[in-house]
Design a protein around this ligand. Structure first.
Ligand SMILES: Nc1ncnc2c1ncn2[C@@H]1O[C@H](COP(=O)(O)OP(=O)(O)OP(=O)(O)O)[C@@H](O)[C@H]1O
Ligand SMILES: [Mg+2]
Length: 347
């Protein structure tokens, strides 16, 4: 019992004029009070202990949280670094894909440049001889004949200039195609662009594989006029689709199907405020399980080393960046058609 209470009890016992009954009652009250004090003391002690434990736990939790925060920070930094590395790798891949498709084009480009070059060489040679003839006429004082020759030479020079410019355009296109910087929108004759890439792809393949042959069909809508697109980007899309189409018709032909005529058709059409460009082949079509993945980067069914599997995924991104859509329709055993839709007003 608490010492003070003990003292009170002693005083009560010895000095008060209280009756025994009253003393007994007081004693009972005092004992009851003592019991309550003990309980309160016990509770206080317990609360104190709980408080201390809680403080320790809290400290531990704060420490743990701090460690977690640090770990998250480190993970974030690592993620940021990988993201940067991925972006760099992607840019590198896009550039290599451009270079690879330039490789595909090289033979076609060489073929295309050869024609104007032949004209330039032949007309220069002829004109060179004609100048000698002209001098002879001048010496003979046949001015009429000399003037006629001068006119012919002039028209030859015009032809030389025309074909020289044509070669110039081809080389410029080639440089544009390989440029790594983002292209800019330009007023473009989409029919001429599609036709150019169709020819380049065809001659490119023919130069590599003399046995390759396919019927080319074009159906261009002349009402389209000029549209604003990034020509080398849309050119690459068309090239990728045509290259895929040539690949599948060639594969089907080589599988030895009788009376099979490999055919690739390219068409353009204006529909409302959209331009539709289609590339169609009469290959074997695309099975569903391949169809689900064709636009994924690196998905290819070509033998190792033959395809990067980036052609369609890049094409998809380019068309999206033009505010358009790239879709495919396919029929088992009959062929596929890839449809590019781009809005005419693309900002
Ligand atoms: N016209 C098509 N007919 C049938 N299958 C096609 C056609 N075009 C694409 N595919 C399928 O889609 C896959 C992916 O095409 P994509 O152009 O992305 O890559 P790739 O042609 O395999 O490789 P790369 O374009 O880098 O040479 C091809 O491997 C082929 O299986
Ligand atoms: Mg491809």
């Amino acid at each position: 019992m608490e010492q003070n209470l003990q003292n009170i009890i002693e005083i009560l016992q010895n000095h008060s004029g209280l009756s025994d009954d009253e003393k007994a009652k007081l004693m009972a009250y005092l004992k009851e009070a003592d019991k309550k004090i003990t309980i309160v003391e016990f509770k206080l002690d317990r609360t104190e202990k709980v408080k201390r434990t809680t403080a320790i736990l809290l400290e531990e939790t704060i420490e743990e949280l701090e460690q977690k925060r640090k770990a998250i920070e480190e993970t974030n930094a690592a993620l940021k670094k990988s993201l940067e590395e991925l972006k760099a790798a992607q840019a590198q891949l896009i550039q290599s894909e451009k270079m690879a498709s330039l490789g595909e084009l090289t033979a076609g480009i060489a073929h295309e440049i050869q024609n104007p070059l032949n004209f330039v060489n032949n007309f220069s040679e002829v004109s060179y001889e004609m100048i000698d003839e002209m001098w002879e006429e001048i010496e003979k004082e046949d001015l009429e004949e000399a003037k006629a020759l001068a006119n012919d030479i002039k028209s030859n020079l015009e032809k030389i200039l025309h074909h020289g410019k044509r070669a110039d355009t081809i080389v410029k296109g080639m440089l544009q195609h390989s440029r790594s910087s983002a292209g800019v929108k330009e007023p473009t004759d989409i029919n001429a662009l599609a036709d150019e890439y169709l020819r380049l792809a065809y001659h490119g393949l023919r130069a590599k594989d003399k046995s390759f042959n396919a019927e080319l069909k074009t159906d261009f809508d002349n009402s389209i006029g000029i549209i604003h697109i990034i020509p080398q980007d849309i050119g690459r899309v068309i090239l990728n689709l045509i290259t895929n189409a040539f690949y599948v018709v060639d594969e089907k032909k080589n599988s030895g199907i009788e009376n099979y005529e490999p055919t690739v058709s390219v068409s353009t059409k204006k529909e409302g405020n959209k331009i539709i460009i289609t590339v169609k082949d009469n290959g074997n079509g695309i099975p569903q399980k391949v169809l689900d993945k064709i636009f994924q980067p690196f998905f290819t069914t070509k033998p190792t080393g033959q395809g990067t599997g980036l052609g369609l995924s890049l094409s998809y991104d380019i068309v999206k960046a033009h505010g358009g859509e790239l879709k495919v329709e396919t029929e088992q055993g009959k062929g596929s058609v890839f449809v590019i839709q781009i809005p005419i007003k693309f900002n």
